[in-house]
Design a protein around this ligand. Structure first.
Ligand code: NAD
Ligand code: UFG
Length: 350
């Protein structure tokens, strides 16, 4: 298939581009480089070479999804896309509380412009990066896709929840209007992506002090940060620290390749959790990292982080049943590959 990947130089996008090309798809990458670097393209090529694919064609457009003219020119220059995998967006929970306008404008308005230009260009299939955050404080775990969505806990979460609804409405309206070619919308709700390609050539490169657990751990391991703060040890979990469903980014990337099957089958609207179905606590992750890599991670218990919840993890059964996709890599793989990326790139992409 001919696939447009927005946000394709970012963490999840870059890994997905690799898996798409390995699976034989043609990929065009679009990114405004607000949270990634162009040199990622060269790294993707090197990963593909290691995977036996030499001189892969990687067309790249440095275009913002809010830029109608830039999008229109890109669509004009490229053959009609079969699908857009839409990663582009801002994703820092804390920042979204301080800059809500920027999050609504970039994520919601940006996606409205993107889908408008897509439909003008004859592409009405989208795979959208959503998040387990749309479940809010879930009623129970493991969480199936049919679980009730709850009020967003921050503007970032609100953008994901709204975009799920907006994209669903596009499909519904097409059906009501008798459109012979209604939108296909695949909503993928990611749990906690960590890890990196096993080559250590591409990985997660947060700017500033990391907000998320694994990049914080790897930066402690590499000596950029002194010690990990564990946010709370009085949660209702097996060791008192927060439990999440960590998923290897390469498994997550393969989930997008699998989701193309739904698009091909003209699925209408489908929602899939992408997780492992297993929850690990903060201290489980710390100890797994120490064991996998033989490095001690100094940590101290700190107060709870506002907005955090005890525990949640996915029920990933639907993705296996419908798409034939299942996470294959375990926490040891995630810890090994996260560290391999960080130790080869102590300052990230430079
Ligand atoms: P990332 O920041 O590494 O990648 C996002 C990419 O989008 C970046 O390269 C950035 O430059 C680009 N971008 C941002 N705004 C843009 C715009 N207006 N126009 C064009 N490009 C733009 O983030 P990621 O971790 O790879 O996340 C990808 C997607 O998955 C995001 O939509 C994110 O919200 C979602 N998601 C991520 C996680 C996670 O924990 N990483 C969890 C759930 C959902
Ligand atoms: N944690 C620490 N110390 C840190 C960072 C995190 O103890 O320095 C703990 C948190 O309290 C939590 C766990 O590690 O218990 C995971 O925290 P992350 O920040 O890595 O991930 P979250 O589950 O809070 O959030 C992530 C993404 C969100 C997304 C959500 C659900 O950052 O964008 O998963 O998919 F919405």
């Amino acid at each position: 298939m001919n696939i447009l990947v927005t946000g394709g130089t970012g963490f999840i996008g870059s890994h997905t581009v690799v898996e798409l090309i390995k699976a034989g798809h043609r990929v065009v990458i679009l990114d405004n480089l607000s949270n990634s670097k162009e040199l990622v393209l060269g790294r993707i090529s090197r990963v593909l070479e290691l995977e036996g694919i030499k001189n892969a064609d990687l067309p790249f457009y440095m275009v913002d999804i809010r830029d109608r003219e830039g999008l229109a020119a890109m669509f004009e220059a490229e053959p009609v896309f079969d699908c857009c995998i839409h990663f582009a967006g801002l994703k820092a929970v804390g920042e979204s509380v301080l800059k809500p306008w920027e999050y609504y404008e970039n994520n919601v308005y940006g996606t409205l412009v993107l889908v408008d230009e897509m439909r003008k260009a004859g592409c009405k299939s989208i795979i959208f990066s959503s998040s387990a955050t749309v479940y809010g404080v879930p009623d129970f775990s493991p969480i199936p896709e049919t679980a009730q969505k709850h009020a967003a806990m921050h503007p970032y979460g609100a953008t994901k929840s709204m975009l799920e609804d907006i994209l669903t409405d596009l499909h519904t309206a097409d059906v009501k209007n008798g459109d012979e070619n209604p939108w296909n919308v695949v909503i993928l709700r990611y749990f906690n992506p960590i890890g990196a390609h096993r080559s250590g050539l591409i990985g997660e490169d947060p700017s500033g002090i990391p907000n998320n657990l694994m990049p914080y751990i790897t930066q402690v391991a590499v000596g950029r940060l002194a010690k990990l703060g564990v946010f709370g040890n009085d949660y209702q979990t097996h060791d008192g620290t927060g439990v999440r469903d960590y998923i290897h980014v390469v498994d997550l990337a393969k989930g997008h390749v699998a989701a193309l099957k739904a698009v091909e089958e003209k699925c209408g609207v489908e929602i899939f959790n992408l997780g492992t179905g297993v929850g690990y606590s903060v201290l489980d992750v710390v100890h797994a990292f120490e064991e996998a890599n033989g490095i001690e991670i100094p940590y101290e218990i700190k107060p709870r982080r506002p907005g955090d919840i005890d525990s949640y993890y996915s029920n990933p059964a639907k993705a296996q049943e419908v798409l034939g996709w299942k996470a294959e890599l375990d926490l040891v793989d995630m810890c090994r590959d996260s560290w391999n990326w960080q130790k080869n790139n102590p300052k990230g992409y430079i």
